[in-house]
Structures are given as structure tokens and as C-alpha cells.
Ligand binder design. Structure first.
Ligand code: PGD
Length: 787
């Protein structure tokens, strides 16, 4: 690449053009993106960062003693080895566990002891998307694997909506309707633009800000219901309500009661389009349990005046109202309830058939939600068939590893955890994303072997036995596209692979070859041949519509290609026109305000307020007086590129910052910049204090994503010195129905840290790596001299 070469590339947080100038990679956001994300600035530092993994690594204990459960996993150091040795050892272990030519030719399945659920966002790119790669590989060499369902983003909400509304993806919200038609937008959990900045697979246009500004200019009013002021853009006409966290359902019930009491419920809508309202009404009025869910009842729980609740209900009934709920609300105990209750409230208002009214889920939680769907197929890498019929709800990974054979519930069924001997992970960072990380640490001591592919030395690599260094997306070519984004991006290679990093595809191909499964895994194609093959259906569809349809080589050398969008899906419109002819994908075909399946779980059969264990109105708040909001970070996507410029600019001395209210800070003698300790019954973390009146008293906010660095500190116990909140969060399912991640809200105590301050652990120091001395090398293996 010459210095003036402009190349395009895609990331989950935006499309960009790049060129090398004066030895650095310069990044410019895509010219057609109206509101690019500052997270793009994390990319340049990544290419040559010292945290990049340079050679395959084997954990010393595994190298010396072979596979088996091992408490040293996570404590041990690593030995650098040559690629051939690492690949041979990994292939030998996969073969010991049953992988081989019989399996890839459709013989007996051997993957029932292999966890390949391997959750994570990985990188943009349709071919190198490593979740697709790992699943294809495990399906090939083992015939299948124990997988995972749902996501850390939206399990509780997704599961409940699937049961009572049909797949939420069938009812996409629409930014166009918000911009043009909505008169009142009530956003439970706000509409955080920092979350809108990312979308899995890439996003070329960030449209939320301009849609909200257009709505505002038209006179639309907004209500943001969230403890954090910056969960909603600064616009005129924003009413900000900050109920106690975890009490939104009570607030909605108070509104519902007022609608009922003042005769504003649309019973015609309920009769025609919904099922089971009578059960809910009995609960709402107190006929069922003796407690009327009045605004005064709700006010006690939410810590908001009853008058504000009544006012909100009045406003909702008198305007064309859209109710949206952020993913964050369901990432908590009983997270199904706020989603189901908001849907019920929208049904009670009965305005749903009007454009701009009704309900949506996760409108700004994911960048591409709210954009129209595409009208052409996108390139897809087939993953093969998983012949192991066993999946866990994704956030039950620690339980799976710790409790083989034990029962658990999911969607009204009882299932049993498998006995996992091999964990194979690529494209995720479980020691960032999971809750109660000390429990996960215990879980990771149990398998015989843990293999991880990573580009950088994340906390999760510490808990592996074999680490393969993978390329970054910038170091390979690919096709960037996502089903609701209007541009398909030629992801041109921006730099050669760093050190000895290899593409995940190349690593899996080498392993497949050693297992005599290369043909089944690769189908005889190189990466470029796969890209060409995967591109063809899109090109053909474009050509059939008479649209520009460049051939593959032209596309890969060109600019992002605009794709046609489908006419509005109108699934809800068709349902509203004729609910019998166009039923929803629910057991009754209607919107279910009563669900038999939910009633067969540990939740009531209708939406309800259920007191969580960890909230400010509960017993535990007498011990731990702060509600920790562990939300998505502003300066990066999850834990990715945490060492990048934007992410680092928001830290203090490499440590994550936590925000707290000035009143709390003054009471506890905490100044802006002081280091504080946050702790509870599960562990502790250190963070730098930021004093802010953007959040009310008794709340502390610490985003996820700092790389987990636990130290056993005297007087503090196991403490993450970098500021990862997941040492504090609870590893309990949202409920027995969804088993979703409930990491958003946790009770903690806080105090200024006055003891000697341990340094934050830099990203490049997460692993202890020993270079193998010549005498240690087994015969025939060349010792590494790489720096
Ligand atoms: P990422 O940081 O995106 O987090 O959890 P997730 O594991 O997805 O991790 C992706 C990893 O993949 C990175 O380490 C990156 O280096 C690696 N990677 C990227 N590209 C490639 C590649 O091509 N090849 C290989 N081999 N590796 C690659 C996110 C999860 O966290 C999510 S989605 C949510 S919504 C949850 N949010 C919360 C929350 O709100 N609160 C709490 N307490 N906890 C959460 N955890 C969840």
C-alpha cells in the first residue's frame, strides 16, 4: 500500500476510510455517516500495541502435565511455542476428545463434551466472523458441540417477546416513524446514543441523533426514564424521570391503574388483538392479590411523586405515544417484566395501529435497529449442521462448568447441564462479559482443556491452556455487511498481520488438516475464493433488479456499495388490519397479556412487579447502600480495544472511572479523582471517582469493559485493580424462564481507598510469558528467538 492509498474498512462501530501517513494509520469516518462514533479512534493504536499476541502460547502446567482439571489455570505462566508445535498439541487433544475423519464424514458425533457456544461480538466481516468460523470447524471435526442460545445483550427481553409478541425482529421499530409521526416518545432506559453507536456486523450510518432532532423540530415531546441523564440526548422538551433503578414496572403499573381508573383503557383494542387482559386487570386492580397498583402504591416503590405518574399516564393517553424500552432494563432480575409491561401499556392505550405510536424494544440499544431491512441477500458463510442437540442459555456458562448433570429450567422446560471436557472460545471475552467473575474463574478450573483464539492478551486468555494469536480484522480482507444497514463495505486489508498472527480461518484449516477434515472444513477454498463465492448471491440479486452489480474484484477495489432496502415490513400493520388472517407468531396468534408458558415457569402468567434481591428499597440495601449501574461503556465497544485513544482518554492512570453524585461524595469525603473501592459479598473493584450531578444520590455508575485484573489485596479480598464491575455482579439468571444475564444492577458499598494504591495492570501485562530456553525445547522444535 502506498502512503496515499485510501482503503475502506468496517467495524461494529462504523465504516471508515484509512490511509498510512508518516508511519501511522489515519482513519476518516465514512463520508455518508451523519454522526460517526468517536470509538473509531481506538483502531490505530491496536495494530502495533504491545498487548498484541505474537506467538502461540501454552500454559506451563498443561504443557508439563497434559490435559485435566487444574486450579493453576488463571495463575500459571505461559510458554511461547512455534506454530507447528502448538497446532500439533491442539490437534492431538482434539483427537483425544473424539475429533477426526469419521466425525467430519457424518460418523458418530463426538462433541457432547465440547463447549463451543463461545459467545462474543468478534469483529465485523461476513467471512472472518469468527463465531461462524468456530461453529463451522466444530461441526466439521466433532460433528457438533454444546452451543448457546440468546445473547448477553437481550436474553430476557428476547425470550419474553418471542413468547408473547412473536420474534421482536419481525416487528422492527422505525426511526422514520419517530422522526415523522410520534408526538410523545417515552423511553424507559433512555435512548443512549453511545449504545446506538455500535451494531453487530457494522453500521455505516448513525441515524438516531438526526431522527430525534427531526422529531424535536416537529414538536415531539420526550420522556427519558433513567437514573443517568446522559441516557438521552440533550434536546428541548425532554422530561427526565429518575425512579429507583429496577422499579420501572411499578411505575408502568401506576400509569396503567390510572388509565383503568379514568376510563382511558381501549377495551376494543384489547378484545380484538390481545389475549388474557382479564388476568392482568385482576392483578392491577387488586382483585387477585388485595393490592391495587395505584399511582400511590407505585410512588412508594419508585420514589417518584404519584402526581408525576398520573401526569405521565395523562400525557400518554392524550398524544400519539410511542413507548420504547432499552435492552439495559431487561439485563436485570426479572428483566422480562419491564418489556412485557411496556407492551401491555401500549396495548391498553390502543393507539398501536397509528404510525409513530405503539411499542418498540431496544430502539437505540443496537445501531441498526430502526432502519429498514435490506432487499437483497447478504454474503453468508455456512456453519454446517450441529448434530449435538444441547445448548445452554448463554449466560449460564459458569453453572454449566460447575454443575455437570444438574437440572436447570429454560422457557418452561427442565434440562440438564452437559459434562464439558473442552472449552473452545474465539471472538469473545468471557472474563469481561460474564457476571460474578470469581465464580467463573472456579468454573474454568474444571475442563481438561481450554483453547482460545485472540488478537490481544485479554483477561480470558489467562484462563486458557492453548492461545492462538489471531489477526485483527484490519489485517485481512473481508466483506462488511449487516441486515439493516444500507451499505456493503469492501473491507480492504489495512496492514499485514502483526508478528506471527494468523487468520482464524487459517488456524482452523491447519487443525482440520491434522484431523483429516480439511476438505470438509474448507471445501477446497482459500479465503479469497470463499469471499468470491459468498459475494455472488448478492451480486446476482442486484443484477436481477437492474441495479449496479460490480463483479467481485471491482467491488473489493471500490467504495462501499449501496444496497436496496425493502418496503416497510408492515407485519404489525397487517396484524392490525386483520388479526385472524395475519396472526402473530405466538401460541394464540395474538399479543399475549396472559401466557401459559410463562405461567409454567417461576414467573406469573401476566406482567407483574416482582421485588428483586438487589434494589435500593430492599433489605440488602441496609448493608450495601449503593445501586451500581454497570452499563455499556462510552469510549469502546464492550472490552474491545480498551487500550485505544478514546477508551484511554476516559480512564485515570489506566483505571476505569466510576461516577457518583456530589452529595454522596461530600458525605463520604470523596473528591473527584480519588480512587474508591466498590465492594459487596462477591468481591471488590477499584475505580477512579468522577463526581457528577448527571446521576442521583445512592447510584454509582461503572461501565463494563475494563480488563479483569484480580489481586488478593490485604483488607479488601479479591479486588479487580482495573475497575471491572463484573467481579461484583450476580451470576443469577434474570429468571428461570429466560436465564438471561442480570448484570446491569447490583448493590454495593463504596469508600475512599486510603491504603497504598496498587497500579492498574496494563493491557500488555495480563499474561506472564516465558520465552522457552533452548534446553527446554523438545527434540525437533526450533526455540523461539522472537522478541
Ligand atoms: P467483546 O469485548 O466485544 O465482549 O461481551 P463480548 O465477549 O462480546 O469481546 C470480543 C472479543 O473478541 C475481544 O476480546 C476481541 O479482541 C475478540 N475478537 C475480535 N475480533 C476477533 C477475531 O476476528 N478473531 C478472534 N479470534 N478474536 C476476535 C459483550 C457482552 O457483555 C454483551 S454483548 C453485553 S450486552 C453484556 N453487557 C453487560 C452489561 O451491561 N453489564 C454487565 N455487568 N455485564 C455485561 N456483559 C455483557
Amino acid at each position: 500500500m502506498t502512503t496515499e492509498d485510501i482503503r475502506y474498512h468496517s467495524s461494529h462501530w462504523g465504516t471508515f476510510a484509512a490511509r498510512h501517513r508518516n508511519g501511522t494509520l489515519e482513519i476518516t469516518p465514512f463520508a455518508k455517516d451523519p454522526d460517526p462514533s468517536p470509538v473509531l479512534d481506538n483502531i490505530p493504536a491496536a495494530l502495533n500495541h504491545p498487548a498484541r499476541l505474537s506467538k502461540p502460547l501454552i500454559r506451563r502446567g498443561w504443557l508439563e502435565n497434559g490435559p485435566g482439571p487444574d486450579r493453576r489455570r488463571g495463575e500459571d505462566d505461559f510458554v511461547e511455542v512455534e506454530w507447528d508445535e502448538a497446532l500439533d498439541l491442539a490437534a492431538q487433544e482434539l483427537r483425544r476428545l473424539g475429533a477426526g475423519p469419521d466425525q467430519c464424514q457424518g460418523g458418530p458425533v463426538a462433541g457432547a463434551q465440547v463447549f463451543g457456544g463461545s459467545y462474543g461480538w468478534a469483529s465485523a466481516g461476513r467471512f472472518h466472523h469468527v463465531q461462524s468460523q468456530i461453529h463451522r470447524f466444530l461441526n466439521s471435526v466433532f460433528g457438533g458441540y454444546v452451543g448457546s442460545v440468546d445473547s448477553y445483550s437481550s436474553a430476557a427481553g428476547g425470550v419474553i417477546l418471542d413468547l408473547v409478541w412473536g420474534n421482536p425482529l419481525n416487528h422492527p421499530p422505525s426511526w422514520r416513524e419517530i422522526a415523522e409521526d410520534t408526538e410523545l416518545l417515552i423511553a424507559f432506559g433512555g435512548l443512549a446514543l453511545r449504545n446506538h453507536s455500535s451494531s453487530p456486523g457494522g453500521t455505516s450510518q448513525h441515524v438516531a441523533r438526526s431522527a430525534l432532532e427531526a422529531a424535536s423540530a416537529r414538536g415531539c415531546q420526550f420522556v427519558s426514564v433513567s437514573p443517568l441523564r446522559d441516557d438521552f440526548a440533550d434536546l428541548p422538551e425532554v422530561t427526565r424521570l429518575a425512579p429507583r433503578p429496577a422499579t420501572d414496572v411499578a411505575l408502568m403499573l401506576g400509569m396503567a391503574w390510572h388509565l383503568h381508573d379514568s376510563g382511558r383503557v381501549d377495551h376494543d383494542y384489547l378484545a380484538r388483538y390481545t389475549r388474557g387482559y382479564e388476568h392482568f386487570e385482576a392483578y392491577l386492580t387488586g382483585r387477585a392479590d388485595g393490592i391495587a397498583k395505584t399511582p400511590e402504591w407505585a410512588a412508594e416503590i419508585c420514589d417518584l411523586p404519584a402526581g408525576q405518574i398520573i401526569d405521565l399516564a395523562e400525557r400518554a393517553a392524550s398524544k400519539r405515544t410511542h413507548i420504547t424500552v432499552a435492552y439495559s432494563l431487561q439485563r436485570s432480575r426479572y428483566g422480562e417484566e419491564p418489556i412485557w409491561m411496556a407492551l401491555t401499556l401500549a396495548a391498553m392505550l390502543g393507539q398501536y395501529p397509528s404510525p409513530g405510536a405503539g411499542f418498540s424494544y431496544g430502539l437505540a440499544s443496537i445501531g441498526n435497529l430502526g432502519k429498514p431491512p435490506l432487499d437483497v441477500p447478504l454474503p453468508v458463510l455456512p456453519q454446517g449442521r450441529n448434530r449435538v442437540d444441547d445448548v445452554i442459555p448463554v449466560a449460564r456458562i459458569a453453572e454449566l462448568l460447575l454443575n455437570p448433570g444438574e437440572p436447570y429450567t429454560y422457557k418452561g422446560e427442565t434440562r440438564h447441564y452437559a459434562d464439558i471436557r473442552l472449552v473452545y472460545w474465539a471472538g469473545g471475552n468471557p472474563f469481561h462479559h460474564h457476571q460474578d467473575l470469581e465464580k467463573l474463574r472456579e468454573g474454568f478450573t474444571r475442563p481438561d482443556t481450554v483453547i482460545i483464539h485472540e488478537s490481544v492478551s485479554t483477561a480470558s486468555t489467562r484462563y486458557a491452556d492453548i492461545i492462538f494469536p489471531a489477526t485483527l480484522s484490519a489485517e485481512r480482507e473481508d466483506i462488511g455487511a449487516s441486515s439493516q444497514d444500507p451499505f456493503m463495505v469492501p473491507m480492504q486489508q489495512l496492514a499485514p498481520p502483526r508478528h506471527e498472527a494468523r487468520d482464524d480461518y487459517a488456524i482452523f484449516t491447519e487443525l482440520a488438516a491434522r484431523l483429516e477434515c480439511q476438505e470438509s472444513f474448507t471445501e477446497g477454498r482459500t479465503s479469497r475464493e470463499w469471499l468470491r463465492h459468498m459475494y455472488e448471491p448478492t451480486r446476482r440479486a442486484l443484477s436481477q433488479r437492474g441495479l449496479p452489480a460490480p463483479d467481485f474484484d471491482e467491488f473489493m477495489q471500490g467504495e462501499p456499495l449501496e444496497l436496496p432496502v425493502a418496503p416497510a415490513q408492515g407485519r404489525m400493520t397487517r396484524f392490525h388490519e386483520d388479526p385472524d388472517a395475519n396472526p402473530l407468531d405466538t401460541p394464540s396468534g395474538k399479543l399475549e397479556i396472559w401466557s401459559d408458558i410463562v405461567a409454567s415457569s417461576d414467573l406469573p402468567g401476566h406482567p407483574a412487579w416482582i421485588e428483586p434481591e438487589e434494589w435500593l428499597g430492599g433489605k440488602l440495601a441496609r448493608t450495601h447502600r449503593f445501586q451500581l449501574v454497570a452499563n455499556q461503556p462510552k469510549g469502546r465497544l464492550h472490552s474491545q480495544l480498551d487500550f485505544g485513544a478514546t477508551s484511554m482518554s476516559l480512564k485515570q492512570d489506566g483505571r476505569e472511572c466510576a461516577r457518583l453524585n456530589p452529595q454522596d461524595a461530600a458525605r463520604m469525603g470523596i473528591q473527584d479523582g480519588d480512587v474508591i473501592r466498590l465492594w459487596n459479598q462477591r468481591g471488590a473493584t477499584l475505580a477512579a471517582a468522577r463526581i457528577s450531578d448527571d446521576l442521583p444520590p445512592s447510584i454509582v455508575q461503572l461501565s463494563t469493559g475494563a480488563w479483569y485484573a484480580p489481586r488478593d489485596l490485604q483488607g479488601s479480598g479479591m479486588t479487580c485493580v482495573n475497575g471491572n464491575p463484573n467481579i461484583l455482579t450476580s451470576d443469577i439468571g434474570a429468571s428461570g424462564l429466560s436465564q438471561g444475564c442480570a448484570g446491569q444492577l447490583t448493590l454495593v458499598s463504596i469508600a475512599r481507598w486510603d491504603a497504598p494504591l496498587p497500579d492498574a495492570v496494563p493491557h500488555e501485562a495480563m499474561l506472564e510469558i516465558a520465552r522457552r530456553r533452548p534446553r527446554e525445547a523438545p527434540p525437533g522444535v526450533t526455540p523461539s528467538g522472537d522478541a
